[in-house]
Design a protein around this ligand. Structure first.
Ligand code: PHB
Length: 390
C-alpha cells in the first residue's frame, strides 16, 4: 500500500465517484397536500380540528407519508359551494397538488369530488357527508375518512325508536347534509315503527330558530331530531332549551349537534342523545394515547373532526406506502386501502367498496360537558353506496 499522500486530483476523483451514487439516491420530491377546508364562518373550528388531527399523525410519522416529506397548500373554502370549483382548481392547477384533503360542507365536498373525478387527483374527504361522494360520484381516486350523511341519521333513527318514541319532528339546515341526515333518520325510525309528523328546515347557515321551535312546540312530537354543526349547533341547542322544549320533547341528533360544542352549550346540552362514530371516554388504549398527544400538541381536547383529520392522514400513509409514494397510482392505492384495517382512535374500521368507512355508530348522551357512550346505536354500519359503479 502506498504511503505517499494522495494528490489533489486523486482526492477530487474520489469525491466525485462517492457523490455520484448519492445524487442518484436523492430524496423523492415532497408530497404536495392541498387542504381545502373552511377557515372562516360557522364551520371554521371544524376545519381547524381536521388540520390539527392530520398534522398530528404526520408528526407521529416523522413528517413523512409513503416515504415522502409533505408540503402543504391551503385555501379557505368558506363552506361556500358557489366558490368550490374555483377553489379546488387553485389547488390542482396553480399549486399542482398530489392529493386533495377536504372538505367540511357537503356541497363543497361534492364540487371537489366532481373535479377530482375528472382530473384523477387523489382526494380524501375528512368530513363532508354528501351521500353522492361515495354513491353516484364514487371513483377509484376518491375516499372518505369520515361518514356518509345516511350513516349517523339512520343510526339515531333506530335508537330513537328503541327508546319507545313513536312520533318525531325533524329540524335541519336545508342543504345536502341536512336533507340526507333527515332522510337516513326517517329510514331508521320508520323501519322500527316510528312516524315523522313534522319536517322543518331553514337555509344554511341561518340561525334564526324561533319560528321553527314554535312549530315543534305546537306539533307536540314524542321527540325531535336535529342536524346542525359548529356555531349553528351551539345556538340551536341553547335555543331549544331556552324555549322550554327539552323537558317534554327530548332532543336527539346526529352527533355533530354536540361535538366540539359542549364548552359553549354548557348545561343546555345535558341529556341530548346523539349517534356518531366517535365519543368521549371510549377509554381504549388507542384513543387515550391519541387524546393525550392531541391535548399536548394543541392545548385542547380532540373531537370527531380531529379524528377524521388524523385518519385521513393515516389512510394517505397506508395507501401511499403500498404504491411507494406514487400518488398517481390510484388503482394500487385503492387496492391497498380497501384491504386495510384503519386503527383509528374511534375504533378499528375498514373501507367499503365505494370507499366509505364501515364503522360502529355510538349512542352518546351529553353529561358534564362530555358525549358519554351509552351504547352502540349501530354496529359496523356500512353505507349502502347507492348508485356507486366502479
Ligand atoms: C356536511 O355538510 O356534510 C357536514 C357539515 C358539518 C358537520 C357534518 C356534516 O358537522
Amino acid at each position: 500500500m502506498s504511503t505517499f499522500p494522495l494528490s489533489r486530483r486523486a482526492i477530487v476523483a474520489a469525491a466525485v465517484s462517492l457523490a455520484a451514487p448519492m445524487a442518484m439516491a436523492q430524496a423523492p420530491a415532497k408530497l404536495r397536500v392541498g387542504f381545502m377546508l373552511p377557515a372562516t364562518g360557522t364551520f371554521a373550528a371544524l376545519g381547524a380540528a381536521i388540520e390539527n388531527g392530520f398534522r398530528l399523525h404526520l408528526a407521529e410519522q416523522g413528517g413523512k407519508l409513503g416515504g415522502r416529506e409533505v408540503e402543504f397548500f391551503k385555501v379557505d373554502d368558506e363552506s361556500d359551494p358557489s366558490k368550490a370549483i374555483d377553489n379546488v382548481n387553485k389547488l390542482i392547477k396553480r399549486d399542482n397538488v398530489d392529493v386533495l384533503i377536504g372538505s367540511v360542507h357537503s356541497g363543497v365536498a361534492m364540487a371537489m369530488a366532481r373535479v377530482a373525478k375528472q382530473s384523477g387527483t387523489l382526494m380524501i374527504n375528512p368530513n363532508g357527508g354528501a351521500d353522492a361522494v361515495t354513491g353516484p360520484m364514487c371513483a377509484v381516486n376518491i375516499f372518505r375518512s369520515s361518514f356518509s350523511n345516511w350513516q349517523p341519521g339512520y343510526a339515531i333513527g333506530q335508537a330513537m325508536a328503541a327508546k319507545g318514541h313513536k312520533t318525531a319532528a325533524t329540524v335541519t339546515w336545508k342543504y345536502a347534509a341536512g336533507d340526507e341526515m333527515a332522510k337516513g333518520f326517517k329510514e331508521g325510525f320508520e323501519k322500527a315503527g316510528g312516524k315523522i309528523t313534522k319536517e322543518l328546515s331553514l337555509p344554511f347557515p341561518n340561525v334564526e330558530f324561533q319560528a321553527l321551535l314554535t312549530e315543534v312546540a305546537s306539533a307536540k312530537p314524542d321527540a325531535t331530531f336535529a342536524f346542525f354543526a359548529g356555531g349553528g349547533a351551539v345556538k340551536f341547542v341553547k335555543d331549544y332549551a331556552g324555549a322550554g322544549l327539552k323537558k317534554n320533547i327530548p332532543l336527539f341528533g346526529t352527533g355533530f349537534l354536540t361535538d366540539g360544542t359542549l364548552e359553549a352549550q354548557g348545561a343546555d346540552a345535558d341529556g341530548v342523545l346523539t349517534a356518531l362514530h366517535y365519543a368521549d371516554g371510549l377509554n381504549t388504549p388507542r384513543d387515550n394515547a391519541f387524546r393525550l398527544a392531541y391535548a399536548k400538541a394543541y392545548k385542547m381536547q380532540p373531537d370527531v373532526y380531529a379524528v377524521q383529520g388524523y385518519d385521513a392522514a393515516q389512510m394517505l400513509g397506508i395507501g401511499l406506502a403500498a404504491v411507494k409514494g406514487d400518488a398517481k397510482n390510484t388503482a394500487g392505492f385503492a387496492a391497498a386501502l380497501t384491504k386495510a384495517t384503519i386503527d383509528s382512535p374511534r375504533g378499528k374500521f375498514t373501507i367499503s367498496k365505494s370507499h366509505n368507512p364501515i364503522q360502529d355508530l355510538y349512542l352518546r348522551e351529553v353529561s358534564g360537558k362530555e358525549n358519554k357512550v351509552v351504547g352502540i346505536a349501530s354496529k359496523a354500519l356500512e353505507d349502502p353506496g347507492r348508485g356507486c359503479r366502479m
